[in-house]
Write a protein that binds this ligand. Structure first.
Ligand code: NAD
Length: 363
């Protein structure tokens, strides 16, 4: 019987977990054993008992788990110490960027460990149930609005009270991928007046279907790649976009930034002057802060106040809803592993003809 194991992440930076009681049961139904480090999910309020009730074995140390496991599930790349404990020829599945973790990856390759990174998953229909980028970005978009509203000193919806009418907050979303669409939906549910912009023209219809107003950069070409991602904008586009956003930004109360270009630094879209043009009390929440940020003054895990405008963004916003993020992440991992599992052979089979497997396989 193959052993699937998981240990706690570095809780200073990562609160998510890779296995939930629900997926423990699913793995056991597939004839795997599940080994976890003691107090694996205690920080999220999930007790060892809940895991044990679904059939997991709990061990006192991470060492015991890593040394025994044939398949290791992680969120982030393992540490040096963890790599030393991981068994030769085992399988490691996580969500790390192989290019940013070259040294560790090379060590694992020397141990003949097969590494899969779900960050490399193709965005095809069959892979949707495994798509960690979507499941996590969706939650990040939701939470960015909640965090922004928490810092905003006013209410979001229009209210007609005996004391007077409160005008609704205006929310602008920059970048309308998975996170941006959820940010729009969340801001709309809260009663905000929402507009949004993107370099991909396909986003217009999606924004409008959520009840938002799309701000188009006039006369600009569609910057969508065949894979559905954004291309880097040229100088002419940037100028036109800045012109469009200059007047819009100062009229908005809350701005949610999500614009990213795969493999590149995040585009700088909001300049210092644009931040300073906003009303005091306004908020910019920059979800792209980890990749350099879309806005001037945005710094990871800081709230910078500029002329009364708060510019903020967390390095790992998913830690603020780690329980839901873990539930979805663990389901994505289970679905990925089910696809790796050959029902006839009753074992893992690395079928390189399968695009999902070949594209996520790092080595
Ligand atoms: P992402 O996180 O890479 O980027 C976020 C958004 O920022 C994108 O919409 C991008 O166009 C936009 N952007 C980049 N530069 C910009 C700029 N200068 N100004 C304004 N906006 C800018 O994107 P994502 O959320 O990973 O989604 C990427 C694509 O993948 C989308 O087309 C999405 O619909 C698609 N997708 C497909 C599937 C599937 O299974 N078929 C699943 C998820 C996402």
């Amino acid at each position: 019987m193959k052993i699937i194991g998981s240990v706690k992440e570095d809780l200073n930076t990562e609160k998510r977990t890779s296995i939930t009681p629900e997926t423990t049961k699913k793995f056991i139904d597939l004839q795997f054993s599940v080994f976890l480090e003691k107090n694996y999910s205690e920080h999220l309020g999930v007790t060892d008992k809940e895991y044990q009730n679904r059939g997991a074995n709990l061990y006192g140390t991470a060492k015991e788990v890593l040394e025994k496991s044939d398949i290791i599930l992680k969120v982030n790349c393992p540490s040096n110490d963890e790599v030393n404990l991981i068994k030769d020829k085992s399988i490691l599945i996580g969500q790390f960027d192989p290019l940013l973790n070259k040294e560790i990856i090379n060590k694992l390759i020397k141990k003949d460990v097969k590494i899969f990174s779900l960050s490399l998953l193709p965005r095809i229909t069959r892979a949707q149930t495994m798509d960690v980028l979507s499941s996590q970005a969706n939650l990040a978009g939701y939470r960015a609005v909640i965090e922004a509203v928490k810092e905003y000193g006013k209410v979001v919806p229009m209210m007609m009270t005996a004391a007077g009418t409160i005008t609704p907050a205006k929310v602008l979303v920059i970048g309308v991928g998975v996170a941006g669409l959820q940010a729009i939906a969340t801001a709309k549910r809260l009663g905000g007046i929402v507009s949004a912009t993107d370099v991909r023209t396909a986003a217009k219809e999606q924004v409008e279907s959520l009840g938002g107003k799309f701000l188009s950069v006039d006369g600009a070409e569609d910057l969508e790649t065949p894979e559905g991602y954004a291309k880097e904008a040229g100088e002419d586009f940037k100028k036109k976009q800045a012109e469009l956003l200059k007047s819009s930004i100062k009229k908005n109360d809350i701005i949610i930034c999500t614009a990213l270009i795969p493999g590149k630094k995040a585009p700088r879209i909001i300049s210092e002057d644009m931040v300073k043009s906003m009303q005091p009390g306004s908020i910019i929440y920059d979800l792209a802060v980890g990749q350099g940020g879309n806005s001037a003054f945005s710094e990871a895990d800081k709230v910078n106040v500029v002329n009364g405008v708060k510019v903020m963004g967390a390095k790992n916003i998913l830690n603020n809803l780690a329980l839901t993020a873990s539930n979805l992440y663990a389901k994505n991992l289970f679905n990925f592993l089910s696809n790796l599992y050959d029902k006839e052979k009753k074992d893992i089979y690395v079928n390189k003809e399968d695009e999902i497997i070949s594209k996520t396989l790092v080595n």
